[in-house]
Design a binder for this molecule. Structure first.
Ligand SMILES: [Zn+2]
Length: 144
């Protein structure tokens, strides 16, 4: 996550409302902001504005649910001829929990059988391996 994204999440978590009007960024209630907050917001102003004005992207909600906004790029809309949900999970670098919920567990990713049935590549995630083409994943220990 970028510094601007972290700051955005932090401000929202703390109950602030952010709004963009032209080139101006408004964070309310202003009285709740410390001098350090203001300096950080000023340093990340363009990143924050970009975050808020870019088209919506798939993301995880605070409750850990996958959200693919209806106004996101059409390629994310797997239900309307967009790319597969698995390709989107790869693109989001979604955590294991999301794969558990939306994909299929299969240990063949770790041996040659996967290559024999799927053109995709088993890719290492954080604590698990997954394929964005067939949608299989396999939990495995990551050697430190
Ligand atoms: Zn595959």
């Amino acid at each position: 996550m970028t510094e601007a994204q972290n700051l955005f999440n932090d401000l929202r978590f703390r109950g602030f409302t952010l709004a963009v009007e032209g080139d101006s960024l408004f964070v309310t209630p202003r009285s709740g902001l410390s001098n350090a907050d203001c300096a950080e917001i000023a340093a990340n102003k363009s990143g924050l504005i970009a975050l808020m004005t870019l088209p919506a992207r798939p993301h995880l909600t605070d409750a850990g649910e996958l959200c693919i906004p209806l106004d996101s790029d059409p390629r994310f809309r797997y239900w309307a001829d967009g790319q597969s949900l698995f390709a989107t999970l790869i693109e989001m670098d979604a955590p294991l929990e999301m794969w558990r919920r939306h994909a299929y567990r299969n240990a063949d990713l770790l041996d040659g059988r996967h290559g024999a049935r799927c053109k995709g590549e088993a890719m290492q995630g954080t604590g698990f391996v997954r394929c964005g083409v067939c949608g299989y994943y396999c939990e495995m220990e990551v050697k430190q």
